[in-house]
Each structure stands twice: as C-alpha cells, then as structure tokens.
Design a protein around this ligand. Structure first.
Ligand SMILES: *Cc1c(COP(=O)(O)O)cnc(C)c1O
Length: 413
C-alpha cells in the first residue's frame, strides 16, 4: 500500500451534500428507516443489503447515514477501507477487543496505555469475559515476542504512549503480530494525521474523537477503522459487539464533528508548532522535558521515519517537576495566576490543558505499574493549545518557571 497523504485522501472523498444541496451534510435524525418493498427488510436482516449495497438502512443503532459518512471521512484520514463511529473512545476500544477475542484468548498490550484501557484489559475483561492480558514495554520488541502465546489474538498499543510519549514501532509490531496470527490494534488518539497506523501495517485503528479529532471538548466520541470486513463484523446483527452492546454514535454528534474535521490539519500543524517551540525552549533551559520532536528524545528518529511530513511531532509534551507537590504548584500558578492554560484532563483542545498523570489519568494503574512505566509522580502532561500568541504564552510559562526557581532571570530564552 502506498503511504497515505491524509489531506489528499480526505479531499478525494466524494463531497456529501445536504438534503437541499447544502455544502454541509444533513443530519439524518431518524431512528428507523422506511422500506418501500417488503422483501427489502429480510434482505437487510440477512446482511445482503446495507448502506453500500442498495443504500439501505435499518435502524439507528445499526448504520445511520450521517454517522456512516463521518466514519468514511475518518477512515480516509487513516487510509483505511472503512470506519464507523462510537459513543466514546472507550466504546471503540472495548468493542474492538471483544470482537477479536473470545473467552480464554489473550492480549499483549503496552504497559503505558490510557488508564481506562488499562483497567478494561487488567480488571474488567478477565472477570467478565475470561480474556487475559500480558502488559509489556512495546519498545522492547523481544519482550513483545516473548509475551505472545498460542492464544494471543491481539497486540495492542498506542501510536504515542501516554504520558511517557514513547513511539510504537508500528511496522515491526505488525510483523510480530502477523507472524503469530494476531492482529495489531493501535490507538491513534494522540497523532491523527501525523501517524497513519494502518498504512504502516496495523490491522485496526481506534480513536477517541473526544480529543484532537473533534478538538472542541464538547463531545465524548470514538471511532474504529479497519477493513470493510471487520467493520461489518462489528455491526453484525447476531455477533457484532458494536451492534449488540450498542455504543454507536448519535447522528447529531456526528454532524457536529463533521464540521470540525476539515480544520483538523490546520489545528494539528499549530498544536505541533507551539509544542515544539515550547519544548525546545524548556530543553535549552536544561529542564527535564519530554517531546518526540526533540533530537534527544529516544524515539525521535523512529517518529521522523513513521510520521507523515507536514504535521510536526504532535501537541503533547511532558515536564517532570520532581514531586507531586511541585507539579501541583506549577499547574496552579500557570492556571490561577498566569492564565497559561487550564488544569483539566483530556487533550487536543484550543486552550492548553494540564494534568499530573500519576494522580489523574493514569491513576487506574497500581503504584508498581506506574513506576515500571516511568510515570513519575511529578510528571505534568501539557496538551499545548493555540489561542493567544506563542510569545505571550511563553512569557506566562517563563514567569512561573522563574517564580518556582527553575530558571533565573538571567537565563536566556
Ligand atoms: C481519552 C482517551 C481514550 C478514551 O476515550 P473516551 O472518548 O474518553 O472514551 C482512549 N485512548 C486515549 C489515548 C485517550 O486519550
């Protein structure tokens, strides 16, 4: 498969006009769909007719036209055959893993996955479905290989680990998974447009659209991309985990997100540009900053090789303040006295969002797992926004660094 130009493949999608020729698509706010000929209904139930065959829709929890179009748009950005949208990122992740694993089967997952994903794999799935997970450092390919058993069906990772910002070597991980008859599932929430995992060998991509994709922090939403066959399996009326567990997306939400997707590229470029500039200056001041765009990051060369050019190295950086108390002081000063950003979980918003991972978004992980994963108590994750001017933002940040004695007035930058 040729490497994807995500902007081009999005632009090449057939434009979806509204009902009266509007430049935006219409919201199909119906939960049920009329058939003209009674013989159509059994054909839909048997899977012989559907959105792509005969343009037939059945019921809103199954395919909805508005949600279907959004799924195609996201699949275009990912260079995937097909995609469908879910009511949350966790719904996309849970439905995908449950579709791929039966009772007694096994997952190998990155040790640094999103806290909710960790809890789902570590606690929920073994109890409810008898599916077990071995957690490994996916940067250690030999450890990944060793963790795979004859029952392993899924190798699971995030394109960029949270909040440690290590990069998954997707082509090599896909090679390992496929050699053992498993599927590589990649959560690409942190790097839409920057990394296209399916183009690099992954089988399924899952997204929390709640973050960069939607970008407005007003909807919880998710998506799954993969082969048409896999998306159809998820929606199967008898065995599909999206269809039967029911977390499909609401068409009103799909419509809102469809209005924001066209400027995803502009937003990613600016998130990346600002994060890179701030990380570079923190690094020049000798502070312990982690950002994959910096030459000193252990996976800088890897990401450079995998990333689509033009979108930079992402909008997330991490700064180690040394202790939980210092991290709290840092965030509090930045929000409450210098208006640099907001203390809130989540990411990919127009404003900078700050959180202390060990005591918030990764707190589902036990202390020893946090330690193994390198998530230190004073690590602050910053999702760099694009409001205001970069220089003004830098002065706000610098003032706080000076107040905390981390840099002195005389330091450059
Ligand atoms: C937020 C997040 C999720 C979960 O998504 P929701 O939309 O909150 O369900 C999954 N993976 C990553 C990497 C995330 O950041």
């Amino acid at each position: 498969m040729s490497r994807l130009d995500p902007i081009q493949s999005f632009a090449n999608l057939r434009h979806e006009f509204g009902e009266h020729g509007g430049v935006n698509m219409s919201v199909e706010a119906s939960t049920t769909f009329t058939v003209i000929d009674p013989t159509t209904m059994p054909e839909i139930f048997q899977g012989h007719l559907g959105p792509d065959v005969g343009g037939c829709y059945l019921y809103g929890r199954h395919f909805n036209p508005t949600v279907y179009v959004l799924g195609r748009q996201i699949a275009a950005y990912e260079g995937a055959q097909a995609g469908y949208c879910t009511s949350s990122g966790m719904a996309a992740i849970a439905a995908t893993i449950m579709q791929l694993c039966d009772t007694g089967e096994h997952v190998v997952a990155s040790r640094t996955v999103y806290g909710g994903t960790f809890a789902f794999l570590h606690d929920y799935l073994p109890a409810k479905a008898g599916v077990t997970t071995t957690f490994v450092d996916v940067s250690d390919l030999a450890a990944v290989e060793r963790a795979i058993t004859p029952r392993t069906k899924v190798l699971y990772c995030e394109s960029v680990s949270n909040p440690t910002l290590r990069i998954a070597d997707i082509p090599r991980l896909a090679g390992i998974a496929h050699r053992h008859g498993a599927m590589l599932v990649v959560d690409n929430t942190f790097t839409p447009l920057i990394v296209a995992p399916i183009q690099l060998g992954a089988d399924v991509v899952v997204h929390s659209l709640t973050k960069f994709m939607n970008g407005a922090s007003d909807h919880i939403a998710g998506a799954v991309c993969g082969t048409t066959e896999f998306i159809m399996q998820l929606m199967d009326l008898h065995t599909g985990s999206l269809m039967l567990l029911g977390p499909t997306m609401d068409p009103q939400v799909a419509f809102d997100i469809s209005l924001r997707l066209p400027h995803l590229g502009l937003r990613m470029v600016e998130h990346s540009r600002r994060a890179h500039a701030i990380a570079t200056r923190l690094d020049e001041l000798g502070l312990p900053v982690t950002y994959p765009g910096l030459a000193n990051h252990p996976d800088h060369a890897l990401l450079k090789g995998l990333a689509n050019p033009d979108f930079g190295y992402g909008g997330i950086l991490a700064l180690d303040l040394g202790s939980r108390e210092r991290a709290f002081e840092f965030m509090s000063l930045l929000q409450n006295e210098h208006q640099f950003g907001l203390m809130a979980v989540s990411l990919g918003y127009s404003e900078t969002l700050m959180s202390c991972s060990a005591s918030s978004t990764s707190s589902e992980m036990p202390a020893e797992e946090l330690e193994k994963a390198g998530i230190r108590p004073g690590l602050v994750r910053l999702s760099i926004g694009y409001t205001g001017a970069l220089e003004q933002r830098w002065l706000q940040l610098r003032s706080v660094l000076e107040r905390m004695g981390l840099v002195s007035r005389a330091d450059p930058g």
